[in-house]
Design a protein around this ligand. Structure first.
Ligand code: SAM
Length: 218
């Protein structure tokens, strides 16, 4: 098996640090987690390139920089319990596992969750719990969460997820139309109030579900 550690260090330096990601623990996690294990053999040589890659079922593992940016935007803390919606390959969940106490990650594709669990077991990432289902409803049984990360594009902020944030909690997601969305960060400031701000334009696959897109509208 090829040693990808130099490719990984170059990815962190050229794609992530150079674009302004500063959080030391985020950079350490991106340097440590072997991204090539989260893609099929066919794509392993491209695993550290500056773009998303197919992972089957019409889905993608996000560009490394976007993973780092979204992770930094949730302001992870070692004591946090975080919900990720859109497990996909399991790479984002693996990065989060290095930064917080507990990760819950949910996807609507059982096969993707099975693959993600397999890699997490291989890497002995014991603080990730995977779930199958419609993540646009959140996962109330394990909440409220310190942070929620949605790695699929929503037409608007899914209301149940705002309710599953702790006061002081952060929610990061892409919101917008089919080809172009904006990353948004929502912060629960009190039981009743939220602040939100927009970050860079992005392009994600859809969040399909009750509080996401319907297949016919996307
Ligand atoms: N975070 C992933 C990774 O690290 O590989 C990439 C996520 S991919 C861009 C988006 C994922 O969202 C897909 O795996 C898709 O199946 C999932 N998804 C879409 N709608 C969903 C929903 N309602 N609930 C849960 N997962 C959903």
């Amino acid at each position: 098996m090829r040693d990808f550690s130099l490719d990984r260090a170059k990815m962190v330096r050229d794609q992530i640090e150079r674009r302004g990601i500063k959080h030391p623990a985020v950079l350490t996690a991106m340097n440590k987690i072997p991204r090539h294990l989260f893609v099929s053999m066919e794509y392993q040589s491209e695993a550290y390139a500056d773009h998303p890659l197919p992972i089957g079922f019409g889905q993608t593992i996000s560009q490394p920089y976007i993973v780092a940016l979204m992770t930094e935007l949730i302001q992870p803390d070692q004591q946090d319990c975080v919900l990720e919606i859109g497990t996909g390959s399991g790479y984002q969940a693996a990065i989060l596992s290095q930064l917080v106490r507990q990760v819950h990650s949910i996807d609507r594709h059982a096969e993707l969750v099975k693959g993600a669990q397999r890699v997490a077991d291989q890497l002995k990432l014991t603080n990730i719990q995977f779930h199958v289902g419609d993540g646009s409803l959140g996962l109330p049984e394990n909440g409220p969460y310190d942070a929620i990360l949605i790695t699929a594009a929503a037409p608007q902020i899914p209301k149940p997820l705002l309710a599953q944030l702790k006061v002081g909690g952060r929610l990061v997601l892409p919101v917008g139309e089919r080809w172009q969305q904006k990353l948004e960060r929502w912060i629960r400031t009190t039981e009743e109030t939220y602040d939100h701000e927009q970050d860079i334009p992005v392009s994600f696959v859809p969040l399909l579900g009750e509080f996401g897109w319907s297949e016919s509208d996307w």
